[in-house]
Design a protein around this ligand. Sequence first.
Ligand code: HEC
Length: 458
Amino acid sequence: MPYIEKFILPPPANQLTLFGYLIILVYLLHIAFISVFLGSSLLSVIYNILDKRKPNRLYARFSEDLLGTDIYNVTLGVILGILPLVTLTILYSLILYGSGLRIDTFFILGIFHVGVGLALLYRYQRTFAVRGTQFWSHIGAGIGGLLFLLAAYFILISATSLIMDFEKRSFIRSPDPYSLLFSWNVIARYKIFLLASVALTGGVVLFYAFRWSEAREDIDEDYRHFLKTVAAGVPLPCIMLLPVLIVWSLITLPSVALSPAVFVLAALTIVVLMMIFYILYSILGHDIRPRVTLQKDETLFQSRLVFHDKSKLVAPVLILFFVVFSLFSINDQIMIGNAMRDHSLVLVAKAEAVRKAESAKREEAQAEIVQVSAKAGEDIFNLRCTACHQYGEKLVGPPFNTVLPKYKPNPEQLAAFIQSPQKINPEYPPMPNYGLNKLESTAVASYVLERLDTERAQ
Ligand code: HEC
């Protein structure tokens, strides 16, 4: 933070609100992506190991299929895995400006772990083909990647919990980021993250399961059944546990972070989770069948309808998951907002003070410019004008005492005349153009007008 504060100003109130919305959005995109990534990798590694211990065609197949989804695209990993975290680091630093909380240290450490984790898991995915011969280096990359990701989110979740926990703040000024603070709230939030990741992954697998069933010929009855059981079955216990953990996380939340909205959103989250549970449960009781083969058979017409129905439920499941993650993201931001309420007030006041100091500085600079230009005006006058003009006496040009008073109300007009003189009085020859620029003519105009008063007073 200290080095970041050197480059930034405290944000004003309207920007703080904007940052809040931005954080919700960035956080949501990132969490949704990383959850599916983590969940798929976790399931893939688990089934991979299960297959190694006791070879099972379905496990090996599933482990590989999990890695075949669009989520393992490196560009996507950078855009949704790394960049949002960098953005969040900056946004949180702005919001926490001047609070003394070293949140950036945690985030940078977190980003590092996420980077290594993603890289190892890409390696795991890419070495699946040589799994037969180089199993240990393959599975090692997978497990290593998972450990890095798990560590990363423990760090990141600790960091956000920290923002919500003012009482602990005074203890954490020490820059040792590994002395991560143990708190029940962090544990609860961490478990929510893990369970939600696995549950969401189930939903995504279900989506692919239906897609594969229709598009791929190599899906047999056994595998179809297996896919459905895992995809709909694994999320169920997770979803059952989530409400308990959500309540736990609220109980362990420092009271500064609480507000009625927090409870309402938490209740809403639980309701949506129950809806997902119900849908997944009903999918679990039915078979996933490819439409194509069934259409031929008149007697299976009924089951075709059933299948059709259930596949239609996949989109709502994913949408509801998206709602759940949005609610998590919004609620976190509300909690942080609550915890930061006092700090925000200080911040807004500070922003005001800094802006005042800035404008004072600007006024000072302006006064200096005026002084400089007064001096410049005098110099130009002495150098360029005195040969032909005096105040009280007629030289080549008319005496200033007679011609200047009419310019008193609008010095700009005088400046314009000096910059490009026009023929005015037939008794005089035309005044030559000295090629002064706008600044110079303005300076000399204001100088000669200023001096008019003192000259006339004498
Ligand atoms: C070479 C001689 C000469 C110099 C040098 C000169 N002027 Fe003049 N100036 C004149 C003459 C001649 C007139 C009368 C022109 C006319 O009435 O058409 C005049 C007219 C003016 C007038 C009167 C305009 C009006 O509305 O009647 C002002 C003001 C003036 N000069 C300002 C300046 C200033 C300021 C400078 C120095 C940057 C300057 N002059 C330099 C010759 C000069």
